[in-house]
Design a protein around this ligand. Sequence first.
Ligand code: NAP
Length: 396
Amino acid sequence: MSSPIQVAPDGSLTAPDRLVLPVIIGDGVGPDIWRAAEPVLTEAARLAGKSLEFVEALAGARAMAETGSYLPEETLDMLRTRRVGLKGPLATPVGGGIRSLNVAIRRALDLYVCVRPVKWTPGVPSPVRRPELMDMVVYRENTEDVYAGLEWPAGSPEAEGLIAYAGEKLGARIRPGSAVGLKPMSELCSKRLVRAAVKAALRDNRPSVTLVHKGNIMKHTEGGFRRWGYELAEEEFPGLTVPESGAGPGETRLVIKDRIADNMFMQSLLRPEEYGVLAMPNLNGDYLSDCLAGQIGGLGMAPGGNIGDGLAVFEATHGTAPKYAGQDKVNPSSLILSGACMFEHLGWAEAAKKIRGALEAAVADGYVTYDLARQNPALKTVKCSEFGEAVREKLV
Ligand code: NAP
């Protein structure tokens, strides 16, 4: 089956008014947030003159129980052929067991950009004094870095072999018996990530793209990312971009700047208004996304999307939150807002706008889930499903 979604050479999508899209419901709280989000998404689409249905694609614990595989090939095929999908969180054990299914999906479909917009919804309680100053979009490289899955346990023949090689050939002394990992970062993958960030910043009239790296310590990997980022902007967007060092007062070109990652965490708290689009390697992006999400109310408010050439899977930033699984308790806004991001990607901007407006209206009525209510006792705690229903009722 070929997808009714068409992809132009510049990567933009044209979606028809009627779509059936795959959804991975996910583990842990995945089913809770999906039950709350689905009616909101299908109703917003309907009110915007579209027709949307979802078809389940299996992954995670349910897929294992039903098919004997955590990530059946059929699921990847469905995402490939339909081009755009939605996904709930999938569990990854720490320290052993299966590797991350989330990483596996991103790598199998080469969804090399993770986009996470971080913008405050009025009325949502926040730990910072002026959450309205936060309006950043994280562009996180999704396929390389320490997430490449190249690490070996302490004492294994692979680890010992690498330690011996490093000692003999590179003059690098590593304590015998250490666990070891590799951190690959390439020019190609760094540049394609920064290219996506620069294009988005130019499209959305953002003033700057900040390269967030740890190149002071990891000079060739993270330092390479920084260098390739500046190179890319100069080579492919001359006249449209300018490095911060060359920017003048009232600069109209897109300013490319860079910040060392630890400083960027502090900057995000003290001077959030000075940052717009942030482009960064995989691990920095993972950490910083959650930190920024905390400033707009928490992970329950943080949407995201994994995007490649002509393929995209949208998902909440948070994980399976296992201690809340099945309690109809957590905040479904992250998945609802990921659906809004998906609509924008499809060119269904009106449906996305309706969702954001309805969510804001529901919060303005003082109804929120536990995570937001505990930050402001004046707000009334409702269940995950009740909050979803409140948002659906506010759709106009
Ligand atoms: P997590 O599932 O994101 O949960 C961490 C905390 O964030 C929760 O305990 C809760 O805070 C808050 N939270 C998460 N989702 C929320 C929601 N919808 N509404 C309100 N609060 C929410 O992170 P984790 O416990 O570190 O990871 C659990 C599992 O998820 C692991 O197996 C991990 O590998 C996996 N994971 C998957 C993805 C993905 O599928 N993309 C992403 C990250 C992690 P409080 O306890 O303060 O209430």
